[in-house]
Design a protein around this ligand. Structure first.
Ligand code: GTP
Ligand code: MG
Length: 199
């Protein structure tokens, strides 16, 4: 995918700070440290547009990025890097603020077309199942991704991805932000999201 331009537009800790939403929006969701910010950067061919960290809980805000593709349609999207859930070391008060903020965003944001749900290929968990179902119930497109496949020996990758598919009951795209594997497939899924907002 050729990217013409990708730029940060806004950070938000509350709905009043969300940018006006006209363009189709795609949110990246998943546990802390699963690789959301890394995947976003890899899709855009940028090293550090979204902040990546070894320390889980790095992304504490919703970060909005405007993306312009250089294909003949000049398609535009907004990518939203969400804070990760389920990181115990984050202060309880902060955690309590996250849930409602993210849930509120996913439930009410009318520009939102789909959610890229990331799971570590080495561990699928109940929380991912719940989020996958909930996203589908919201009438949003669900793009399930298994991250960090480079960390599994080649021979175990297919099984890892199949296990996640069985768990989530949807197709899963195996990805590595390190090697770039899976990026074309994720782009294809993003391009296939509904063009019109949900009702
Ligand atoms: P939070 O913002 O804390 O929720 O984390 P995040 O989901 O945005 O994860 P982030 O992209 O910051 O990556 C967390 C760590 O995993 C970093 O050390 C990354 O370099 C590493 N990482 C992310 N994707 C991959 C991948 O595909 N392969 C490998 N080997 N490491 C990865
Ligand atoms: Mg992040």
């Amino acid at each position: 995918m050729k990217i013409l331009n990708a730029e940060f537009i806004a950070s938000a800790t509350e709905p009043s700070q969300f940018p006006a939403g006209g363009l189709p929006e795609v949110a990246f969701a998943g546990r802390s440290n699963v690789g959301k910010s890394s995947l976003l950067n890899a899709l855009l061919g940028r090293k550090s547009l979204a902040r990546v960290s070894r320390t889980p809980g790095r992304t504490r805000l919703l970060n909005f990025f405007r993306v312009v593709l250089s294909d003949k349609h000049g398609a535009e999207f907004v990518f939203v890097d969400l804070p990760g859930y389920g990181y115990a070391k984050v202060a309880k008060a902060v955690q309590e603020q996250w849930g409602p903020l993210i849930e509120g965003y996913l439930a009410a944001r009318s520009a939102l077309r789909g959610v890229v749900l990331l799971s570590d290929v080495r561990r699928g968990e109940q929380e991912e199942i719940n989020l996958a179902r909930w996203v589908q119930e919201q009438g949003l497109g669900l793009i399930a991704v298994a991250t960090k496949i480079d960390k599994l020996p080649r021979g175990q990758r297919v099984q890892g991805i199949r296990d996640l598919e069985a768990l989530l009951d949807v197709p899963v795209i195996g990805c590595s932000a390190e090697t770039g594997e899976g990026m074309d497939a994720v782009w294809k899924a993003i391009r296939a999201l509904p063009a019109r907002p949900r009702n």
